[in-house]
Design a protein around this ligand. Structure first.
Ligand SMILES: *[C@@H]1O[C@H](CO)[C@@H](O)[C@H](O)[C@H]1NC(C)=O
Ligand SMILES: *[C@@H]1O[C@H](CO)[C@@H](O)[C@H](O)[C@H]1NC(C)=O
Ligand SMILES: *[C@@H]1O[C@H](CO)[C@@H](O)[C@H](O)[C@H]1NC(C)=O
Ligand SMILES: *[C@@H]1O[C@H](CO)[C@@H](O)[C@H](O)[C@H]1NC(C)=O
Ligand SMILES: *[C@@H]1O[C@H](CO)[C@@H](O)[C@H](O)[C@H]1NC(C)=O
Ligand SMILES: *[C@@H]1O[C@H](CO)[C@@H](O)[C@H](O)[C@H]1NC(C)=O
Length: 630
């Protein structure tokens, strides 16, 4: 049974929802018509830019969720990302030295920082917005102190941390080493431990700057990959659960239970398991592995692992949150991997529960309540799903299946292997993913790993020379030489139109292409590329006491809202004394205030997109919000 549906819908959306439901229930899902849709909605290009405007807008309106979010039914978690810790950061240095050296004339030899002098940008104690520098340790320490004093373990249930804690490799005079990446990760771990203590579930993730050289990660079993995973798991001390170490050392991904719901009713899910994904195996910029079509593709193995985890979640009656570093979309992922990701996470062909756990109380497919990413340093959301035009030539996974006459069974060959625990993936399940005890130093367990292979042997999609922007966010150029954080960002002039077209396709092209959709979001980052920021999510952790409450009908685990908190470091840099850490970050805006939606369910996002498309005045507002004054 499809239990994750929000019953409150407009007429159009309601019919779409019914379509979703029907399609999900049906075993005759049309795998031929799989395609991908990505709507990258740049809500704000850089939180900073539009913050002031949004707060002004919001101030004029009732804060619709303010009181409801104060209910005991609501839980909270932190999404923090892209810390990019740089111990070599020097306050008062130049940005063109990546904040590593003072200007030639030493005008800025001033550890109080902050001063903007004679054409040089002398950087401040807590970092500098809109420059290429990374985060000073002072910023990481202040973030930690803020999280401890304002939030702490009693106000949050868990922490999602989507990678890139190493510094960038942008200073030719100080090439980055892997040791520095590990050091950055260790500093980040200490900061989070200091803030939340030992019992808080913290879920780390591998970013493209947590490996060396950046973006290059060899296939599982290769000694450099093994070393990378081993060193990171040490640096993340205990964040990867012991029973997942073997999986992590194999592929760089792992599962972790993050919360049990308060008193779930019978037939309800019991809690949330987070899947920390290694997006580098799908990332186009990683030339060490190919796409997701070859039988021995590491990217495909990870898709198989997700499917296996969905079987586990179903058997254990738990919901999922997926997290990763690089946002899944057409630009970022190899086509076969993006396609496979969309297909798998939207459960086009649902995975059965593990048969060794009898399915008492099996409520159907596990809900994926959130897909959270980092990397792009902005505040963005997008749909991930299927699109008609991807059906044939761009659908190698699907074609492979058809060739084997899979009549009456819409699973692809590898999905069958996962479900039936046969073949290569059956072997991986038994030897790696299901192996619960593992001594990290026991190299005799290497028997369970693939032989080392040359990556060329598993190449299928041609390697892509990654010359263009790495993400939708990076198509938004940052004005290089300004420290004025309220300066408007410039967006491509047709950007909003493209966005609206993508929305329209999702909403209007017809239910045929909407059968399975999800929502992915990127949170803003700690690195001061725009300004340091993080998100606090609110979600339904407990059934509300009164069935009059609006959230009564939502499944437990549904995301309800989020707040973006930012640090005005330009101002904080000017302080002579230490800041008041509790106020180091302040709330910039609440998502529901901007979008006027009830919650963060798929139906609400669809409703919002529909509202936008049907209202000229809303589009105008959307444009002005998106362009922010340009
Ligand atoms: C939230 O609830 C607490 C405890 O019931 C109360 O002290 C606080 O003022 C409430 N906050 C808001 C914003 O309503
Ligand atoms: C900065 O100034 C201090 C004291 O004036 C001096 O000792 C130091 O060498 C200077 N550093 C640089 C890089 O100029
Ligand atoms: C940051 O915190 C660590 C650990 O508390 C401390 O040793 C270090 O001196 C701090 N550094 C700065 C720059 O605040
Ligand atoms: C089709 O699948 C069956 C069983 O899964 C397998 O034995 C057979 O070799 C496959 N045929 C082709 C052409 O791939
Ligand atoms: C290492 O793994 C092997 C194979 O599973 C096992 O027999 C052995 O007891 C393990 N050794 C340690 C120290 O855990
Ligand atoms: C910053 O922006 C404001 C408003 O656009 C402008 O008045 C001010 O002069 C700018 N400051 C700098 C330093 O560019």
């Amino acid at each position: 049974m499809w239990r994750k549906k929000n019953t409150e819908s407009t007429a159009l959306l309601h019919s779409n929802s019914l379509q979703f439901e029907r399609r999900r229930r049906s075993n005759r899902l049309c795998t031929k018509s799989i395609g991908l849709v990505l709507v990258a909605v740049i809500v704000c290009s850089g939180v900073v830019v539009c913050m002031l405007q949004l707060t002004l807008n919001a101030a004029n309106k009732a804060n619709t969720n303010k009181h409801r979010l104060n209910s005991t039914a609501v839980g909270r978690f932190l999404h923090i990302t892209d810390m990019h810790v740089d111990p070599g950061y020097i306050a008062g240095s130049t940005t063109y030295s990546q904040c590593h050296r003072y200007p030639p004339h030493a005008a800025g030899n001033d550890t109080a920082g902050a001063a903007i002098g004679d054409g040089h940008r002398h950087t401040g104690r807590f970092g500098i917005p809109q420059a290429k520098c990374d985060s000073p340790i002072a910023l990481i320490n202040a973030t930690s102190k803020h999280l401890r004093s304002k939030w702490g373990a009693d106000k949050l249930d868990f922490v999602i941390w989507t990678g890139d804690s190493g510094r960038h490799d942008g200073d030719p005079e100080q090439p980055r080493t892997f040791e520095q990446i590990i050091a950055g990760n260790s500093i980040a771990v200490h900061a989070l431990r200091d803030a939340f203590g030992d019992s808080m579930p913290i879920v780390p993730n591998i970013g493209n700057n947590d490996i060396s050289p950046h973006n290059e990660l060899a296939a599982p079993g290769h000694k450099t990959a093994r070393k990378t995973f081993e060193r990171l798991s040490h640096a993340w001390h205990k964040f990867v659960p012991d029973d997942q170490l073997r999986t992590f050392l194999y592929g760089g991904y792992f599962a972790k239970d993050v919360v049990d719901y308060d008193s779930p009713g019978s037939g309800e899910s019991t809690g949330i398991t987070a899947l920390s994904l290694n997006t580098i195996y799908w990332y186009r910029a990683n030339a060490k592995v190919g796409g997701c079509r070859a039988h021995d593709s590491p990217g495909l193995a990870q898709l198989a692992w997700i499917r296996y985890q969905m079987r586990r979640a179903r058997a254990r009656n738990r919901d999922l949150i997926l997290l990763g570093h690089v946002l899944p979309n057409r630009d970022n992922y190899r086509p076969t991997c993006y396609h496979g990701y969309a297909r798998t996470v939207t459960q086009v062909v649902p995975a059965p529960a593990l048969h060794r756990n009898p399915a008492d109380g099996d409520n159907g497919v596990p809900a994926v309540h959130a897909q959270l990413f980092g990397h792009s340093n902005v505040d963005v959301w997008a749909f991930v799903g299927q699109e008609a035009k991807w059906t044939s030539s761009l659908d190698p996974l699907g074609l492979g299946d058809q060739q084997n006459g899979s009549i009456g069974d819409n699973r692809l060959w590898w999905e069958r292997q996962v479900d039936e625990e046969t073949g290569r993936f059956g072997k991986l399940i038994r030897n790696v993913w299901e192996a619960t005890s593992f001594d990290i130093n026991n190299h005799s367990l290497d028997v369970g790993y693939d032989d080392e292979r040359l990556w060329e042997e598993m190449e299928d999609d041609p390697p892509v020379q990654f010359t263009t922007a790495g993400s939708s966010a990076e198509i938004l150029p940052i004005p290089e030489a300004t420290s004025n954080i309220s300066a408007p960002q410039r967006l491509p002039s047709d950007f909003v139109e493209t966005l609206l077209k993508e929305y329209k396709r999702v909403l209007v092209e017809g239910p045929k292409n909407q059968q399975n959709l999800g929502v992915t979001t990127i949170s803003p980052s700690i690195i001061p590329k725009y300004v340091p920021a993080f998100r606090i999510f609110h979600y339904l952790r407990k059934r509300p006491e009164s069935n009059k409450q609006r959230w009564w009908s939502l499944p437990l685990g549904t995301l309800l809202d989020y707040d973006v908190h930012w640090a005005d470091i330009a101002k904080l840099n000017k302080l002579k004394l230490n800041p008041i850490y509790e106020k180091f970050f302040t709330k910039l805006y609440r998502f529901s205030d901007v979008y006027k939606i009830d919650d963060l369910s798929l139906d609400s996002y669809l409703k919002w997109a529909e509202k936008l498309l049907s209202s000229k005045s809303l589009r105008k507002k959307f444009r002005s919000l998106t362009y922010l004054g340009t």
